[in-house]
Ligand binder design. Structure first.
Ligand code: NI
Length: 396
């Protein structure tokens, strides 16, 4: 029997119930205390051992009866600082916080996986390690913390998924190579010399320098990076000045850089810094650049993807397994690739009729809950591939 056939109507109803419970109770990154308690209570009820390497989040262990690899399956627990605009009954009960990326669904799916695998322990080879990871949404990255805490020790592969509203429910995208961008930030403080707005020649105007830089920074992509290499530089904030007739002393820009390769990433970081410094200098000012290295580009391991494609086909049928081009959003799952081969699937949850096709991080974001059962089927089929002893996991 295919393991995914264990997902019946009752299981799907449980997944929906758990997801709605968590949707009502969103918690921000590193503050997922109640969500952690909720998950822990269920694991205890099912008798699944877990540890707590961080204040929030937890790592559960399903030990199989037979020797075999250690394969980690990951979900993320955190919500976002967004005021929910959905009106359904289980909308967020907390002002200003919302599960607007579907992580409530991911956590429900991993709970379903835990419970089902616990019943299959006699057939499992090795260990299935379940990462209930906190803090995916912030640069500080819960994934990085989990790795530093040793939670990934001995792991042979890491597998994860994201519900995604841009493709229809019933489709799964599983692609080799880069799938999400490195997401870096920068802050540029331009210092000049403040003065009277009527006497600009006696001042050094940092606002004018910063305004010029906003345009200049676009040439990093258009004139320094090959058109064949995807890259984005966006300035997201500009702060300077306090009155119409005063030239301020400083101006501050912040922005984000998205790239898919380490080579392009390093080039833009270096060129952005040099450009800001020399452009400010050319106009008599000084620029201080703080470059914030975020999560690296998230790339799927080719052999592991090949190995898991039958699992995706088992969950939705081979004609519904697609290959989406890379997204310029970030995903801290990328850090796990430094530890072991990784594969990250995108599970369609978009449905026009249900209005579940709003973009992620939108105040009206929601998921088509049929995608929860599909996500669980994919993960169960994957565990059957990686940990049932029927096939040999590709190792690095
Ligand atoms: Ni997300």
């Amino acid at each position: 029997m295919d393991w995914s056939e264990r997902v019946d109507e009752d299981t799907e109803a449980d997944l929906i119930g758990w997801r709605r419970y968590m949707h009502e109770r969103p918690e921000l990154s590193f503050e997922e205390f109640e969500t952690t308690k909720y998950v822990a209570a269920m694991l205890e009820e099912w008798g699944i051992p877990y540890d707590r390497p961080m204040p929030t989040g937890l790592v559960a262990h399903v030990h199989g009866k037979h020797p075999g690899p250690i394969v980690a399956y990951r979900c993320d627990l955190d919500a976002l600082p967004i005021e929910e605009q959905n009106t359904f009954e289980f909308r967020s009960r907390t002002a200003g916080k919302m599960h607007a990326c579907g992580h409530d669904g991911h956590t429900a799916i991993l709970l379903g996986l835990a419970r089902t695998l616990n019943d299959l322990r006699d057939e499992i080879h090795g260990e299935v390690r379940l990462l209930f990871q906190p803090a995916e949404e912030v640069t500080e990255s819960g994934a990085r913390h989990l790795i530093e805490a040793g939670a990934l020790e001995g792991v042979d592969a890491v597998i994860g998924l994201h519900l995604i509203s841009s493709i229809e429910t019933g489709l799964i995208s599983l692609t080799k190579g880069p799938i999400m961008a490195a997401a870096d930030t920068f802050e540029i403080t331009v210092r000049g010399k403040g003065g009277h707005g009527g006497y600009p020649h006696e001042a050094i105007d940092p606002l004018m320098i910063a305004a010029g830089l906003v345009g200049q920074l676009q040439t990093l992509v258009s004139r320094r990076v090959s058109p064949m290499d995807p890259a984005v530089v966006s300035v997201g904030s500009f702060h300077a000045g306090s009155a119409p007739n005063i030239i301020p002393g400083t101006a501050t820009l912040t922005g984000t850089v998205r790239t898919l390769s380490e080579k392009v990433r390093a080039k833009i970081a270096a060129d952005l810094t040099a450009m800001a410094e020399s452009y400010a200098l050319a106009h008599g000012g000084i620029a201080e650049v703080k470059y914030g290295w975020g999560s690296p580009a998230c790339a799927n391991d080719g052999p592991l993807v090949d190995f898991l494609l039958p699992a995706a086909a088992g969950a939705v049928g081979s004609s519904s397994v697609v290959s989406l081009p890379p997204e310029m959003g970030g995903e801290d799952f990328a850090y796990y690739a430094k530890v072991a081969p990784t594969a990250f699937a995108l599970v369609g949850s978009g449905n026009k009729d249900l209005e579940s096709d709003f973009p992620h991080h939108h105040p009206r974001f929601t998921v088509d809950e049929r995608a929860l059962g599909i996500g669980l089927r994919f993960m169960l089929e994957s565990v059957e591939r990686t940990s049932s002893g029927q096939a040999e996991l590709p190792v690095r």
